[in-house]
Design a protein around this ligand. Structure first.
Ligand SMILES: [Zn+2]
Length: 142
């Protein structure tokens, strides 16, 4: 089973290299990119979160190429573990201008490979370090 992200409309589609059933746009042709945004690499929930980002970008611009690069730019800045990219300065500038004028949905990235490990640490009751800060400020309020 392979769930993959459509970079054109944000639909999470079945099959990484198939055309999107919703907008009929074929995959990027870049196998690494298609696999990076498939459930080989992250959970379906994360793909759906990224889909919301794609859809949000497309609501801001009618230029499919700019939308695509803006999404890639967004990922390389906010989720550099997935991919990093050096865009040409003029394209990067246009992407930044587009991204800066919109409020992007929050993406909760969970890798499909580390999902089990994360669930295990949650079960053991370990708190992230920042929990200490929130607890301290709550106590001060009381
Ligand atoms: Zn699509």
């Amino acid at each position: 089973m392979t769930w993959a992200l459509c970079f054109n409309c944000g639909e999470v589609k079945f099959g990484a290299i198939c055309p999107c059933p919703k907008c009929e746009v074929p995959s990027t042709g870049d196998m690494n990119l298609d696999i990076a945004f498939s459930d080989h690499n992250m959970t379906k929930e994360s793909l759906e979160d990224f889909g919301k980002v794609v859809a949000a970008i497309h609501r801001e611009s009618d230029d499919p190429e700019l939308c695509f690069w803006a999404f890639i730019r967004y990922v390389s800045i906010n989720h550099s573990s997935i991919l990093g990219v050096n865009l040409q300065p003029d394209i990067a500038q246009r992407c930044d201008a587009l991204l800066s004028q919109m409020s992007l949905p929050i993406v909760t990235l969970s890798s499909s490979q580390t999902k089990l490990a994360k669930d295990k640490s949650k079960a053991s009751g370990e708190s992230p370090w920042w929990k200490f800060w929130s607890r301290t400020s709550n106590d001060a309020g009381d």
